[in-house]
Design a protein around this ligand. Structure first.
Ligand code: DGY
Length: 325
């Protein structure tokens, strides 16, 4: 029997491409070119090869126009990501296209990235690195680049899902106090001593560091805006490794300049890969290029998870384990 035709929009880890090539008539994107993020281009390529499935990634624009233009042969879109805000779920449903993602396997790595940013922001690691590289460092000095310690600080986790909870586990090792906001209070075995705030004001007013782990999409657009920043303690730290759209950049930049926010660590950006130039001009913000899940182990695990889901739909004809539409 002919293997299902799979359009792969990005360069993937070797083991994943090998597995895809073994089990599918896989049409790999050989050079990881920019075309893959363009919805019209994805639809055109899928039509050209009469794809049965598409393995895409965060950043690929599966908007309504793209999904509307996909050939009838497409039964499933798998995204190599946990986030699926780049896919128009309603449009996929309307066309009966299954959408699957890769949750769980990237929670630790993404929390690790948030923790890295938190340390970079608190300990001014980016500034220090730039100083050494500039050749201007004059040697150890008692008051040079003093940051703040994480020990004893109140970490406020916005979105206490898998990633937020992994971050909490790491933060306990640094003797931080964990506070969280979520849709509802979670059972004690999940909270593990973390303090739930049923009021946003009490949450924002209590914490020293805010780490954001909310999904993208309209419901969280510009969640962190000037009004909420004003409710935080002066000198607090902000970390975002969720989605860029949830931060109002101009408000955060103003707060970083005024000192209302001491420092920030960002891995994601509104409209990325474009980064608001206001951040680039500031020393007190650590900027990473969406590295959340970027470990060798995690990217392999994500690829296997995506293929397990595709196998379910296209080969085994069973329910995919991680269906979002
Ligand atoms: C995700 O999985 O949603 C990440 O942001 C992409 O690595």
């Amino acid at each position: 029997m002919a293997k299902p035709i799979l359009l792969v929009t990005r360069k993937l880890p070797e083991a994943i491409e090998a597995r895809a090539a073994r089990d599918y008539d896989a049409r790999l994107n050989p050079r990881d070119e920019g075309w893959s993020t363009d919805g019209a281009e994805i639809a055109r390529r899928a039509a050209e090869i009469r794809a049965d499935g598409i393995l895409g990634a965060a950043g690929d624009k599966f908007d309504a126009a793209c999904i509307g233009a996909l050939p009838d042969s497409v039964k499933v879109i798998a995204t190599f990501s946990v986030g699926f805000d780049h896919i128009d779920i309603a449009a996929a449903r309307a066309r009966g296209i299954v959408v699957v993602n890769t949750p769980e396997v990237l929670s630790f790595a993404t929390a690790e990235c948030a923790f890295t940013l938190m340390l970079m922001a608190a300990r001014r690691a980016g500034e220090g690195e730039r100083l050494v590289r500039s050749g201007q460092w004059q040697g150890w000095a008692p008051t040079q680049l003093m940051g703040v310690t994480l020990e004893g600080k109140r970490l406020g986790i916005l979105g206490f899902g898998r990633i937020g909870r992994e971050l909490a586990a790491m933060a306990r090792g640094f003797r931080m106090e964990i506070h969280y906001r979520d849709i509802q209070k979670l059972p004690p075995e999940i909270e593990q001593g973390a303090t739930y705030h049923d009021s946003e004001d009490s949450f924002l007013g209590a914490i020293d560091i805010l780490s954001m782990h909310v999904p993208g999409g309209e419901e969280n657009r510009h969640w962190l805006h000037a009004g909420r920043i004003a409710k935080m303690k002066r000198g607090a730290i902000v970390v975002n490794s969720g989605r860029g759209v949830s931060v109002h950049d101009e408000s955060l930049i103003a707060a970083l300049k005024s000192g209302q926010i001491r420092a920030a660590g960002l891995d994601v950006y509104d409209g990325e890969p474009r980064v608001n130039p206001g951040y680039l001009a500031l020393e007190n913000v650590a900027l990473l290029p969406h590295l959340g899940s970027a470990t060798i182990e995690t990217r392999d695990a994500m690829g296997h998870r995506a293929l397990e889901n595709l196998d379910a739909v296209l080969i085994k004809h069973t329910a995919p384990p991680h269906r979002v539409a």
